[in-house]
Design a protein around this ligand. Structure first.
Ligand code: BTN
Length: 285
């Protein structure tokens, strides 16, 4: 372990609790008569980024699956080099270190799997409806409440993952100081009620349970239908931010999400394009 890594193990009482999370998982297993194999869960009071910490643990023991949870993150990372605001008490910050038998070009599948798991978990615990904004954002009440960041490394020889870390951040409650200016208009929290530590533990458990229920049957790709049904983009006009197509404008209508989880868009000139990465924002007319 790199001794420069900054993290503290859990001691405070308002922190996520591995014991309680496991109890909730047991309850869900019983209720659903399904017991997916769940990796070890390690909880930390604070870290830079749970994704980075998971990668550190990979260096230590490179065959092991692991779940890393932190009470807060000082350097929470989002996609495209953005920060993920990660204050204590109100959010969930969790990373899964995995070693799937999967070609690295298929990493989008795991992001989509996690998005479906996150929606199911949110709805199960809070009864608030959740939708997916392709690829990796979860929306409740038209605000982004969660994001997913997958990072990995693959072997040159066979293209398979040596590891992949899938990190998820969920704003469960409204942070005491609200959201920072740069995300104030777009970010929201799943619940408006006051902080409650047990709801947070229950949601951690539901997310872990719902993800491993899908991941342990990785060959069953039926979750993709649910991913598509939960899309908040299909039928809407979007602005494509990493615009690459040979079209004079970068606005298009989203018409589908295909089997490879690509976003299918149609421009006004009738041309269609399959987007496999990048970002889009909904255009309001
Ligand atoms: C995004 O919205 O662009 C993705 C956000 C992903 C945030 C989670 S929080 C847990 C894990 N650790 C990180 O540093 N990032 C992810």
């Amino acid at each position: 372990m790199n001794t420069n890594t900054e993290y503290r193990t859990a001691e405070r009482t308002d922190l996520p609790d591995a014991g309680k999370i496991k109890e909730y998982i047991e309850k869900f297993c019983g209720e659903n008569n399904n017991r997916p194999d769940i990796p070890e869960i390690r909880v930390f009071e604070e870290t830079g980024s749970t994704n980075d910490l998971a990668k550190e643990f990979y260096k230590e023991d490179n065959g092991k699956e692991l779940i890393i949870i932190a009470g807060s993150q000082t350097k929470g990372k989002g996609r495209r080099g953005r920060k993920f605001y990660s204050p204590d008490k109100t959010g969930l910050y969790i990373s899964f270190l995995l070693h799937p038998e999967l070609d690295h070009t298929k990493s989008i599948l795991l992001t989509c799997m996690m998005a479906v798991a996150a929606c199911r978990a949110i709805e199960q615990v809070t009864k608030v409806c959740a939708g997916i904004k392709w690829v990796n954002d979860i929306f409740c009440n038209e605000k982004k409440v969660a994001g997913i960041l997958a990072e990995g490394s693959a072997s040159f020889e066979d293209g398979k993952f040596s590891y992949i870390v899938i990190g998820t951040g969920i704003n469960l409650f409204m942070p005491d100081a609200g959201f920072p200016d740069e995300i104030r208009d777009t970010a929201g929290s799943v619940l408006n009620t006051d902080f409650n530590n047990d709801t947070r533990n229950e949601l951690y458990a539901a997310l872990i349970y719902r993800f491993f229920e899908l991941y342990r049957n990785i060959k069953d790709l039926s979750f993709k239908d649910e991913y598509k049904k939960r899309s908040v983009l299909i039928g809407n006009y979007v602005k494509i931010n990493n615009y690459s197509a040979a079209n004079e404008n970068n606005c298009a209508k989203v018409i589908d999400i295909d089997d490879e989880c690509r976003l299918i868009v149609r421009y006004d000139n009738g041309k269609t394009e399959a987007l496999s990465s990048g970002e889009v924002s909904v255009v309001k007319y």
